[in-house]
Design a binder for this molecule. Structure first.
Ligand code: HXC
Ligand code: NAP
Length: 282
């Protein structure tokens, strides 16, 4: 599907790039010619991922620790990557925190724990790099990882839903305000893609299994599918896509939203009875 050099020499910074989906997207970027930088809090995870991805792809991976909740650390991260590679072309805001809990049990610190990573962290990274790009009179592209509950809402993960909704508004707002600087802003809303980080915090069984009935395609997403979409969106082939959010969830959120989705449960016999009953109505 892709030219092997579609991202040649693009410098791409992935927050939360040491694990899960960030790691998979980073790997794909490297395969397509990018120079990768990954950042998060855990240095051992970053170091191991950098080594693994370099060995697997032959590409270059720079890593630096950063807690995106700390604006000073975010500025330092941007400087470190910029100094190392001489520029940054793409920012992938992927770092997140989440857990499932009844909302009335949350402390204000629990709310802050999620909002500060997802909403404030994304804000700080966006602002820090946006200012640099504008001062340097150069454009760039930012891609934010959200979730479909940014617009549907979702019980039990309300801090995350409200934070992702904020990130969506940030994406759309700056797409308009910063378009004139040559800065593109887009988002991806993934459905269920198995990762250890999400499974351990969002499922009592620490697994993504048992959810297939809620997905029209009856399967989970494959990391490579998300990675390919991200690669396209940050590439120059997507240069006129600005301010959009692309959903990649096998149709899951629409099934949840559609009024008649529950009819999926009917057996052939029940459909026959239902039809006879409906035809009997004048
Ligand atoms: C209730 C909880 C809690 C839980 C923490 N808290 N976990 N409350 N239920 N499961 C409360 C704590 O009691 C504390 O409040 C406050 O939150 C802060 O907790 P800390 O452990 O000090 O927080 P911190 O060390 O900052 O860690 C942040 C974290 C953690 C979000 C809680 O899970 C984390 O670091 N996550 C990063 C990775 C991650 O979450 N990946 C999953 C992304 S998946 P008190 O009042 O006791 O002090 C994802 C999927 C989206 O986003 C879409 C899926 C479809
Ligand atoms: P993950 O592996 O837990 O990824 C989260 C990453 O964020 C980790 O690498 C973590 O690294 C980093 N991070 C957390 N707090 C941070 C902080 N304060 N500063 C810097 N980095 C921080 O989970 P994932 O499933 O791959 O999630 C990746 C993204 O996809 C998230 O935005 C998530 O909301 C989104 N998403 C996932 C799914 C899914 O089904 N998996 C669905 C929809 C959306 P450290 O712990 O080292 O800091």
């Amino acid at each position: 599907m892709f030219q092997p050099d579609i991202l040649k020499d693009k410098v791409i910074l992935v927050t939360g790039g040491g694990s899960g989906l960030g790691k998979s997207m980073g790997k794909r970027f490297l395969e397509l010619g990018a120079k990768l930088a990954i950042a998060s809090r855990r240095e051992d995870v970053l170091a191991a991922t950098a080594k693994e991805l370099q060995e697997a792809t032959g590409g270059e991976v720079f890593y630096t620790t950063c807690d995106v909740r700390q604006p000073e650390q975010v500025d330092k991260m941007m400087d470190a990557v910029w100094d190392h590679y001489g520029t940054i072309d793409v920012l992938l805001n992927n770092a997140a925190g989440n857990f499932a809990a009844p909302t009335e049990t949350l402390s204000h610190r629990a709310v802050d724990a999620v909002l500060s990573i997802v909403l404030h962290g994304t804000w700080y990274c966006t602002l820090s790099l946006g200012k640099k790009w504008i001062a340097e009179k150069r454009g760039g592209t930012m891609l934010n990882i959200i979730a479909t509950y940014a617009w549907t809402g979702a019980p039990f993960v309300v801090p995350s839903a409200t934070a992702k909704a904020g990130v969506l508004a940030l994406t759309q707002s700056l797409a308009v305000e910063w378009g004139k600087y040559g800065i593109r802003m887009n988002a991806i809303a993934p459905g269920p893609f198995p990762t250890e980080g999400a499974a351990s915090r969002l499922s009592p069984t620490a697994s993504f299994e048992g959810r297939m009935e809620s997905i029209p395609m009856r399967r989970l997403g494959e990391h490579e599918e998300l990675a390919n979409l991200a690669a396209f969106l940050v590439s120059d082939y997507a240069d006129y896509i600005n301010g959009d959010v692309i959903t990649i969830d096998g149709g899951k959120w629409l099934q949840g939203a559609a009024d008649f989705s529950r009819l999926e449960q009917l057996t052939d016999e029940e459909w026959a009875q239902f039809r006879a009953q409906a035809k009997g109505q004048k």
